[in-house]
Design a protein around this ligand. Sequence first.
Ligand code: HEM
Length: 400
Amino acid sequence: MSRSEEPPYGMPYDRETRYDPPSALLELQDQPVRRIRYYPDGVEGWLVTGHAEGRRVLADPRFVTGERFVHSPTELPHVFVSISEQVPPGFFLFYDPPEHTRLRRKVTGVFTVKRMRELEPRIADIVDARVEALREAGPGADLVREFALPVPALVICEMLGVPYEDRDAFQRNSADMLDLARSVEDRNKSMAELFGYLMQLVPAKRAEPGEDMLSALAADDEVHDVEAAGMGLILLVAGHETTANMLALGTMALLEHPDQLARLTGAPVLWPAAVEELLRYLTVAHNGVMRIVKEDAEIDGRRFRAGEHVTVALQAANRDPGKYERPGDLDVERDAQGHMAFGHGLHQCVGQQLARVEMRIGFAKLFAAFPGLRLAVPSEQIPMRSDMAVYGVHTLPVEW
Ligand code: HEM
């Protein structure tokens, strides 16, 4: 192959706008499955930008997460690259069946639609309290600090049995773990600290059990203490960073699309559909998800070789014009079902029903309490989380 025919280097990740994936990435949608070269050494792998193609890859058991990720689709080492170097036991995102099945099954029951419905009143109380905290903080307050971060953090702490008083340390470590601008060593150090913290909690829970997930895992003979700590780690980190960013970025997007927000005002029945559309439109897992080809596979006539890295760009798949009409428009009344914001297949987000309930209740109560909610600074001044594994805003000053 001549040099000019070599595949492009990496997956574009520099955005021109706050809400849209990079245009250079969307331009690659003409070839929904293509070869790219990975960082740091230019080794060839795959980039999937199509919706149907992405689902096919993620549903195929030959594309796994249980192997070590050593290449990144972007110059910033992908979060998977840093974590897979030192995956803690129990961190089941990086397990393949049958071990993945064994551990994931231990927690799926807690996150069913039925269990989430039972939890709704408690989530509503937490949201009410944070709405009041925001009001007390007064106009100019940071919505991330007063509302978007505490709501999911309080909920997941209560479900797991992690003392919320310890939030300073675990929120700093979670954020550091997901900060792609930090070195891989630093990120792994933050993860190790968080793991150590959870390792101490597990025996304490066995000694004095509560009605929470860590107590149940600590008491389970089929789960080692180290696995319980690793499961606690992934649930704690994934359980609050993602939803917090959806709440803050979703609020900002709605404030900047007043026509869409107006359609929701006074029509709470529309929130569930609006939440799906916000998930699609914003796709906060904005660097996609990665897999490694376990054994040679042929899909749509393309031959994937064992050992190759594959990135499914969820942020592009959710803007696939073959799947959604006018994919670049935020349209809160569209049917966005089938979006890939929670991934797809075996590893599809285990906490998605919880996230949905938190967002439906969170947005509805926030906008009902502050009908005049607006940004307190011009939106260009709001620092975006471009270098973080989970996209969103670092702060969101609001007034009303
Ligand atoms: C997996 C996104 C909320 C726990 C995933 C994946 C995505 C995702 C894209 C798939 C990763 C992959 O396939 O490689 C989101 C978004 C959320 C959210 C956008 C909020 C809006 C939550 C919550 C929890 C959670 C609230 C827990 C309470 C997990 C876990 C996995 C996962 C444990 C790994 C599942 C497995 O490997 O089987 N999430 N998530 N997430 N998520 Fe979420």
